[in-house]
Design a protein around this ligand. Structure first.
Ligand code: SF4
Ligand code: SF4
Length: 172
């Protein structure tokens, strides 16, 4: 299976991160009409360049935030109780109270196929990652898009495409 050149995207993100972050903030300040439509178009373009199956970095190195019903649902799939599953795979972050994976890669990541083995019942946080389609796009900029550019190639490319679209439209 083709493998994405992850190191290349990390280097590209570090080289462009400051400039892209400034562009994102400028876009938000300008509040352009139809911003969410532009984000959707930029993310469609990003998915033409990036294939998650060729990457898998988020499942290998990051952790989703779990809700209690999700833990119960996936524990049941493996014939485990909530507590058994929690004790084996999860922990609660003290500061935020978020329930996270204790280890990487994720216990449901198949390194051979680079696929999620619980795809159809995966946590919402996984299903929505990298959070391009949230209506609160502007609230995601500081906490999600800027820090994720060097971690998630799709995020980097989406922000690049959005910046270009906004330049082409004379917004920035
Ligand atoms: S969402 Fe981002 S980090 Fe995860 S597999 Fe896709 S490109 Fe890689
Ligand atoms: S549950 Fe699936 S999609 Fe979510 S981190 Fe684990 S392997 Fe990835």
């Amino acid at each position: 299976m083709k493998k994405l050149n992850y190191a290349y995207y990390v280097r590209r993100a570090h080289a462009k991160k400051k400039k892209l972050a400034a562009s994102l903030k400028k876009i938000l300040r300008k509040k352009p009409h139809g911003l969410l439509k532009e984000v959707k178009a930029a993310s469609d373009d990003a998915w033409k360049e990036i294939s998650c199956v060729e990457c898998g970095h988020c499942c290998r190195e990051m952790t989703p935030t779990w809700t209690k019903p999700e833990i119960k649902r996936i524990a049941e799939r493996f014939g485990m109780t909530y507590k058994q599953y929690y004790d084996k795979y999860l922990y609660t972050e003290e500061e935020t109270g978020d329930i996270m994976n204790a280890n990487t890669p994720c216990q449901h990541f198949d390194n051979r196929t680079r696929m999620c083995t619980v795809y159809e019942i995966r946590p919402k946080d996984c299903a929505e990652f990298p959070h391009f389609h949230r209506k609160d796009f502007k609230d995601q900029v500081d906490d999600v898009f800027i820090p994720n550019m060097p971690r998630c190639p799709a995020t980097l490319v989406m922000v690049e495409k959005l910046e270009q679209r906004m330049k082409d439209k004379g917004v920035i």
